[in-house]
Write a protein that binds this ligand. Structure first.
Ligand SMILES: [Mn+2]
Length: 353
Protein backbone atom coordinates (compact mmCIF):
# COMPACT_ATOMS: atom_id res chain seq x y z
CA UNK A 1 0.00 0.00 0.00
CA UNK A 2 1.34 3.41 -0.96
CA UNK A 3 0.19 6.29 1.19
CA UNK A 4 1.50 9.72 0.27
CA UNK A 5 3.84 11.31 2.81
CA UNK A 6 1.41 14.09 3.53
CA UNK A 7 -1.23 11.57 4.59
CA UNK A 8 -3.95 13.26 2.56
CA UNK A 9 -5.01 11.56 -0.63
CA UNK A 10 -4.30 14.50 -2.95
CA UNK A 11 -2.78 17.86 -2.24
CA UNK A 12 -4.73 21.09 -2.49
CA UNK A 13 -2.97 21.74 -5.79
CA UNK A 14 -3.83 18.29 -7.17
CA UNK A 15 -7.52 18.84 -6.38
CA UNK A 16 -7.54 22.12 -8.33
CA UNK A 17 -8.78 20.75 -11.70
CA UNK A 18 -11.72 19.07 -9.92
CA UNK A 19 -12.55 22.18 -7.89
CA UNK A 20 -12.30 24.39 -11.00
CA UNK A 21 -14.72 22.14 -12.93
CA UNK A 22 -17.24 22.25 -10.09
CA UNK A 23 -17.00 25.99 -9.51
CA UNK A 24 -17.33 26.68 -13.24
CA UNK A 25 -20.60 24.71 -13.42
CA UNK A 26 -24.05 25.78 -12.29
CA UNK A 27 -26.14 22.66 -12.86
CA UNK A 28 -24.49 19.45 -11.66
CA UNK A 29 -25.62 15.80 -11.79
CA UNK A 30 -24.20 13.24 -9.39
CA UNK A 31 -24.36 9.53 -10.08
CA UNK A 32 -22.93 6.26 -8.82
CA UNK A 33 -22.79 2.61 -9.84
CA UNK A 34 -25.71 0.18 -10.12
CA UNK A 35 -26.76 -1.45 -6.84
CA UNK A 36 -25.65 1.60 -4.90
CA UNK A 37 -23.79 1.08 -1.64
CA UNK A 38 -22.96 3.23 1.38
CA UNK A 39 -19.78 4.59 -0.20
CA UNK A 40 -21.47 5.83 -3.36
CA UNK A 41 -24.56 7.14 -1.55
CA UNK A 42 -22.66 8.79 1.32
CA UNK A 43 -20.26 10.47 -1.12
CA UNK A 44 -23.18 11.72 -3.23
CA UNK A 45 -25.07 13.14 -0.28
CA UNK A 46 -21.96 14.86 1.11
CA UNK A 47 -20.99 16.40 -2.21
CA UNK A 48 -24.55 17.41 -2.98
CA UNK A 49 -24.89 19.30 0.32
CA UNK A 50 -21.58 21.08 -0.30
CA UNK A 51 -22.37 22.03 -3.89
CA UNK A 52 -25.80 23.33 -2.90
CA UNK A 53 -24.19 25.40 -0.14
CA UNK A 54 -22.05 26.93 -2.90
CA UNK A 55 -25.19 27.88 -4.84
CA UNK A 56 -25.16 25.09 -7.41
CA UNK A 57 -28.23 23.34 -8.69
CA UNK A 58 -27.70 19.64 -7.95
CA UNK A 59 -29.55 16.56 -9.15
CA UNK A 60 -28.70 13.03 -7.99
CA UNK A 61 -29.66 10.42 -10.57
CA UNK A 62 -28.92 6.78 -9.83
CA UNK A 63 -29.44 3.60 -11.83
CA UNK A 64 -30.68 1.68 -8.74
CA UNK A 65 -32.97 2.42 -5.82
CA UNK A 66 -31.62 3.43 -2.42
CA UNK A 67 -31.60 0.58 0.14
CA UNK A 68 -33.86 1.56 3.07
CA UNK A 69 -31.11 1.43 5.70
CA UNK A 70 -29.57 4.61 4.21
CA UNK A 71 -32.79 6.60 4.49
CA UNK A 72 -31.57 8.31 7.67
CA UNK A 73 -29.06 10.36 5.68
CA UNK A 74 -29.96 13.98 5.14
CA UNK A 75 -30.78 14.67 1.47
CA UNK A 76 -31.22 10.99 0.65
CA UNK A 77 -34.80 11.63 -0.47
CA UNK A 78 -33.38 13.92 -3.13
CA UNK A 79 -31.91 10.90 -4.90
CA UNK A 80 -33.87 10.08 -8.03
CA UNK A 81 -34.08 6.63 -9.52
CA UNK A 82 -33.36 6.83 -13.22
CA UNK A 83 -35.98 4.98 -15.23
CA UNK A 84 -36.12 4.27 -18.95
CA UNK A 85 -38.32 6.68 -20.89
CA UNK A 86 -38.22 9.07 -17.95
CA UNK A 87 -38.18 12.24 -20.06
CA UNK A 88 -37.68 14.57 -17.12
CA UNK A 89 -34.52 12.76 -16.04
CA UNK A 90 -33.22 12.39 -19.60
CA UNK A 91 -33.66 16.13 -20.00
CA UNK A 92 -31.30 16.68 -17.06
CA UNK A 93 -28.34 15.52 -19.12
CA UNK A 94 -28.99 18.35 -21.57
CA UNK A 95 -29.61 20.97 -18.90
CA UNK A 96 -26.58 20.13 -16.80
CA UNK A 97 -23.06 21.29 -17.46
CA UNK A 98 -21.32 18.72 -15.30
CA UNK A 99 -21.81 15.06 -14.40
CA UNK A 100 -19.80 13.64 -11.50
CA UNK A 101 -19.55 9.85 -11.29
CA UNK A 102 -18.71 8.67 -7.79
CA UNK A 103 -17.36 5.26 -6.74
CA UNK A 104 -17.31 3.85 -10.28
CA UNK A 105 -14.64 4.05 -12.95
CA UNK A 106 -16.14 2.27 -15.95
CA UNK A 107 -18.79 3.80 -18.19
CA UNK A 108 -21.12 0.83 -18.01
CA UNK A 109 -21.20 0.88 -14.20
CA UNK A 110 -23.81 3.66 -14.44
CA UNK A 111 -26.03 1.19 -16.32
CA UNK A 112 -28.90 2.60 -18.31
CA UNK A 113 -27.81 6.19 -17.71
CA UNK A 114 -24.87 5.79 -20.05
CA UNK A 115 -26.52 5.99 -23.50
CA UNK A 116 -28.13 9.30 -22.47
CA UNK A 117 -24.86 10.63 -21.06
CA UNK A 118 -23.06 9.75 -24.26
CA UNK A 119 -25.75 11.39 -26.37
CA UNK A 120 -25.74 14.57 -24.28
CA UNK A 121 -21.95 14.77 -24.48
CA UNK A 122 -21.99 14.40 -28.25
CA UNK A 123 -24.75 16.96 -28.56
CA UNK A 124 -23.55 19.57 -26.21
CA UNK A 125 -21.56 20.82 -23.34
CA UNK A 126 -21.89 18.18 -20.61
CA UNK A 127 -18.50 17.80 -18.92
CA UNK A 128 -17.65 14.82 -16.73
CA UNK A 129 -15.65 14.07 -13.60
CA UNK A 130 -14.92 10.73 -11.99
CA UNK A 131 -13.89 10.29 -8.35
CA UNK A 132 -13.19 6.70 -7.42
CA UNK A 133 -10.86 4.15 -5.84
CA UNK A 134 -11.42 0.93 -7.82
CA UNK A 135 -8.61 -0.72 -9.78
CA UNK A 136 -8.00 -0.22 -13.50
CA UNK A 137 -9.93 2.96 -14.29
CA UNK A 138 -11.24 3.58 -17.77
CA UNK A 139 -10.56 6.98 -19.31
CA UNK A 140 -14.17 8.01 -19.95
CA UNK A 141 -14.44 11.45 -18.36
CA UNK A 142 -12.73 14.84 -18.68
CA UNK A 143 -11.05 14.61 -15.27
CA UNK A 144 -10.58 11.32 -13.42
CA UNK A 145 -9.30 11.03 -9.87
CA UNK A 146 -8.92 7.33 -9.19
CA UNK A 147 -6.69 6.57 -6.20
CA UNK A 148 -6.71 2.83 -5.76
CA UNK A 149 -4.83 2.73 -2.44
CA UNK A 150 -7.58 4.72 -0.74
CA UNK A 151 -10.13 2.91 1.47
CA UNK A 152 -13.21 4.49 -0.03
CA UNK A 153 -14.55 7.16 -2.34
CA UNK A 154 -15.80 8.83 0.85
CA UNK A 155 -12.20 9.32 1.95
CA UNK A 156 -11.40 11.08 -1.33
CA UNK A 157 -14.53 13.23 -1.17
CA UNK A 158 -13.67 14.17 2.41
CA UNK A 159 -10.27 15.45 1.28
CA UNK A 160 -11.87 17.19 -1.69
CA UNK A 161 -14.33 19.02 0.57
CA UNK A 162 -11.51 20.08 2.89
CA UNK A 163 -9.62 21.39 -0.14
CA UNK A 164 -12.79 23.24 -1.25
CA UNK A 165 -13.09 24.83 2.19
CA UNK A 166 -9.55 26.15 1.86
CA UNK A 167 -10.14 27.31 -1.69
CA UNK A 168 -13.43 29.10 -1.05
CA UNK A 169 -12.86 30.17 2.56
CA UNK A 170 -16.31 28.78 3.35
CA UNK A 171 -17.31 26.37 6.13
CA UNK A 172 -18.63 23.35 4.23
CA UNK A 173 -18.01 20.32 6.43
CA UNK A 174 -21.22 20.50 8.47
CA UNK A 175 -22.56 17.73 10.72
CA UNK A 176 -24.76 16.40 7.90
CA UNK A 177 -21.80 16.29 5.50
CA UNK A 178 -19.65 14.60 8.16
CA UNK A 179 -22.33 11.95 8.80
CA UNK A 180 -22.60 11.15 5.11
CA UNK A 181 -18.82 10.85 4.73
CA UNK A 182 -18.54 8.72 7.88
CA UNK A 183 -21.23 6.43 6.41
CA UNK A 184 -19.26 6.13 3.16
CA UNK A 185 -15.97 5.33 4.87
CA UNK A 186 -17.44 3.01 7.52
CA UNK A 187 -19.36 0.87 5.03
CA UNK A 188 -16.54 0.54 2.49
CA UNK A 189 -13.96 -0.40 5.11
CA UNK A 190 -16.25 -3.03 6.68
CA UNK A 191 -16.36 -0.85 9.80
CA UNK A 192 -12.64 0.01 9.64
CA UNK A 193 -11.41 -3.57 9.29
CA UNK A 194 -10.53 -4.11 5.61
CA UNK A 195 -6.93 -4.01 4.44
CA UNK A 196 -7.06 -0.58 2.81
CA UNK A 197 -8.05 1.05 6.11
CA UNK A 198 -4.96 3.20 6.72
CA UNK A 199 -3.87 5.24 9.75
CA UNK A 200 -5.10 8.23 7.74
CA UNK A 201 -8.55 6.65 7.41
CA UNK A 202 -8.82 6.48 11.21
CA UNK A 203 -7.67 10.08 11.52
CA UNK A 204 -10.31 11.19 9.01
CA UNK A 205 -12.97 9.22 10.87
CA UNK A 206 -11.90 10.94 14.10
CA UNK A 207 -12.14 14.32 12.41
CA UNK A 208 -15.66 13.49 11.14
CA UNK A 209 -16.74 12.48 14.64
CA UNK A 210 -15.35 15.80 15.86
CA UNK A 211 -17.59 17.50 13.30
CA UNK A 212 -20.64 15.72 14.69
CA UNK A 213 -20.92 12.31 12.96
CA UNK A 214 -22.42 9.84 15.44
CA UNK A 215 -20.70 6.41 15.03
CA UNK A 216 -23.14 4.51 17.25
CA UNK A 217 -26.25 5.84 15.52
CA UNK A 218 -24.80 5.38 12.02
CA UNK A 219 -23.70 1.81 12.70
CA UNK A 220 -27.06 0.98 14.26
CA UNK A 221 -29.09 2.45 11.40
CA UNK A 222 -27.07 0.69 8.72
CA UNK A 223 -26.35 -2.72 10.19
CA UNK A 224 -29.20 -3.36 12.61
CA UNK A 225 -31.69 -2.83 9.86
CA UNK A 226 -32.82 -6.30 8.89
CA UNK A 227 -36.42 -6.89 7.97
CA UNK A 228 -38.17 -10.17 8.76
CA UNK A 229 -37.96 -10.89 5.02
CA UNK A 230 -34.20 -10.39 4.82
CA UNK A 231 -33.74 -12.59 7.93
CA UNK A 232 -35.70 -15.33 6.17
CA UNK A 233 -33.46 -14.96 3.14
CA UNK A 234 -30.36 -15.06 5.34
CA UNK A 235 -31.57 -18.29 6.95
CA UNK A 236 -32.33 -19.89 3.61
CA UNK A 237 -28.98 -18.73 2.23
CA UNK A 238 -26.93 -20.05 5.15
CA UNK A 239 -28.32 -23.53 4.64
CA UNK A 240 -27.44 -23.37 0.95
CA UNK A 241 -23.81 -22.20 1.13
CA UNK A 242 -21.49 -24.69 -0.53
CA UNK A 243 -17.91 -25.10 0.63
CA UNK A 244 -15.86 -27.04 -1.89
CA UNK A 245 -12.33 -27.88 -2.96
CA UNK A 246 -10.96 -28.73 0.48
CA UNK A 247 -12.56 -25.62 1.94
CA UNK A 248 -10.78 -23.21 -0.41
CA UNK A 249 -13.86 -22.02 -2.27
CA UNK A 250 -17.30 -21.15 -1.01
CA UNK A 251 -20.24 -20.25 -3.15
CA UNK A 252 -23.92 -19.55 -2.98
CA UNK A 253 -26.60 -19.15 -5.58
CA UNK A 254 -29.63 -17.03 -4.71
CA UNK A 255 -32.44 -17.60 -7.17
CA UNK A 256 -35.31 -15.26 -7.94
CA UNK A 257 -37.47 -17.96 -6.39
CA UNK A 258 -35.61 -17.62 -3.07
CA UNK A 259 -36.14 -13.85 -3.17
CA UNK A 260 -39.84 -14.27 -3.99
CA UNK A 261 -40.37 -17.01 -1.44
CA UNK A 262 -38.97 -14.87 1.38
CA UNK A 263 -40.35 -11.58 0.04
CA UNK A 264 -36.87 -10.05 0.02
CA UNK A 265 -35.18 -7.71 -2.42
CA UNK A 266 -31.94 -7.65 -4.35
CA UNK A 267 -30.22 -5.35 -1.85
CA UNK A 268 -31.05 -7.81 0.95
CA UNK A 269 -28.39 -10.07 -0.57
CA UNK A 270 -25.63 -7.57 0.25
CA UNK A 271 -25.29 -8.68 3.84
CA UNK A 272 -24.95 -12.34 2.94
CA UNK A 273 -21.59 -12.41 1.20
CA UNK A 274 -19.66 -11.85 4.43
CA UNK A 275 -20.75 -15.31 5.66
CA UNK A 276 -19.12 -16.89 2.62
CA UNK A 277 -15.74 -15.70 3.84
CA UNK A 278 -16.37 -16.43 7.51
CA UNK A 279 -14.82 -19.91 7.27
CA UNK A 280 -11.06 -19.38 7.70
CA UNK A 281 -9.93 -21.88 5.04
CA UNK A 282 -11.91 -20.10 2.31
CA UNK A 283 -9.74 -18.09 -0.09
CA UNK A 284 -12.31 -17.23 -2.74
CA UNK A 285 -16.05 -16.71 -2.21
CA UNK A 286 -18.64 -16.30 -4.95
CA UNK A 287 -22.22 -15.11 -4.65
CA UNK A 288 -24.49 -15.40 -7.67
CA UNK A 289 -27.86 -13.69 -7.61
CA UNK A 290 -30.52 -14.13 -10.24
CA UNK A 291 -31.94 -10.70 -11.08
CA UNK A 292 -35.47 -9.89 -12.14
CA UNK A 293 -34.36 -8.67 -15.57
CA UNK A 294 -32.70 -11.98 -16.37
CA UNK A 295 -29.14 -10.90 -15.64
CA UNK A 296 -26.99 -12.51 -12.97
CA UNK A 297 -25.20 -10.42 -10.36
CA UNK A 298 -21.90 -11.97 -9.35
CA UNK A 299 -19.87 -10.86 -6.32
CA UNK A 300 -16.39 -12.13 -5.51
CA UNK A 301 -14.51 -11.90 -2.22
CA UNK A 302 -11.06 -13.23 -1.41
CA UNK A 303 -8.67 -13.61 1.46
CA UNK A 304 -5.00 -12.64 1.08
CA UNK A 305 -3.28 -11.84 -2.20
CA UNK A 306 -5.86 -13.16 -4.63
CA UNK A 307 -6.85 -10.49 -7.12
CA UNK A 308 -10.51 -11.28 -7.71
CA UNK A 309 -10.86 -7.99 -9.61
CA UNK A 310 -9.06 -9.80 -12.47
CA UNK A 311 -11.70 -12.48 -12.42
CA UNK A 312 -14.40 -9.79 -12.52
CA UNK A 313 -12.54 -7.89 -15.30
CA UNK A 314 -12.73 -10.98 -17.42
CA UNK A 315 -16.53 -10.62 -17.39
CA UNK A 316 -16.58 -6.86 -17.90
CA UNK A 317 -16.73 -6.04 -14.18
CA UNK A 318 -14.13 -4.77 -11.77
CA UNK A 319 -13.40 -3.85 -8.19
CA UNK A 320 -10.64 -4.34 -5.66
CA UNK A 321 -8.13 -7.11 -4.91
CA UNK A 322 -10.37 -8.68 -2.25
CA UNK A 323 -13.82 -7.53 -3.39
CA UNK A 324 -15.09 -7.35 -6.94
CA UNK A 325 -18.13 -8.04 -9.04
CA UNK A 326 -19.77 -8.15 -12.43
CA UNK A 327 -23.19 -8.37 -14.06
CA UNK A 328 -23.64 -11.20 -16.52
CA UNK A 329 -26.11 -11.15 -19.37
CA UNK A 330 -26.86 -14.84 -19.16
CA UNK A 331 -29.24 -17.09 -17.32
CA UNK A 332 -28.37 -17.95 -13.76
CA UNK A 333 -27.97 -21.63 -14.62
CA UNK A 334 -25.44 -20.90 -17.36
CA UNK A 335 -23.66 -18.28 -15.25
CA UNK A 336 -23.31 -20.76 -12.43
CA UNK A 337 -21.57 -23.32 -14.64
CA UNK A 338 -19.27 -20.86 -16.40
CA UNK A 339 -18.28 -18.87 -13.33
CA UNK A 340 -17.70 -21.74 -10.94
CA UNK A 341 -15.51 -23.50 -13.44
CA UNK A 342 -13.42 -20.36 -13.94
CA UNK A 343 -13.26 -19.62 -10.23
CA UNK A 344 -11.87 -23.05 -9.56
CA UNK A 345 -9.16 -22.71 -12.24
CA UNK A 346 -8.35 -19.17 -11.13
CA UNK A 347 -8.09 -20.10 -7.47
CA UNK A 348 -5.74 -22.99 -8.09
CA UNK A 349 -3.56 -20.90 -10.38
CA UNK A 350 -3.28 -18.04 -7.90
CA UNK A 351 -3.28 -19.69 -4.55
CA UNK A 352 0.45 -20.26 -4.47
CA UNK A 353 1.43 -17.36 -6.66
MN1 LIG B 1 -16.18 2.31 -2.80
Amino acid sequence: MIIPEHGRTLTQEEWRPVIDEMLASSHIILSTHENSDGDGLGSQVALSLVLKALGKEVVILNPSEVPPNYMFLREIHEIRLFRDHDEESIQEFFLADLLIVLDANLHDRVGKLWPHVEFAREAGRLRMLCIDHHLEPEDFTDVTVCETYVSSTGELVCDLITAMEQHTGRHLLTTDVASALYTAIMTDTGSFRFSKTSPYTYRLAGMLVDKGADPEMIYDRIYNSLTPESLQLLGLSLTNIKIVDHGLISWLFISQEMLDQTGSKLFDTDLIIRYLLSVPTVRVAVLLVEMQDGRTKVSFRSRGKIWVNRLANHYGGGGHMNAAGCLLRMSAEKAKMVILDDVRKFTFEHINA
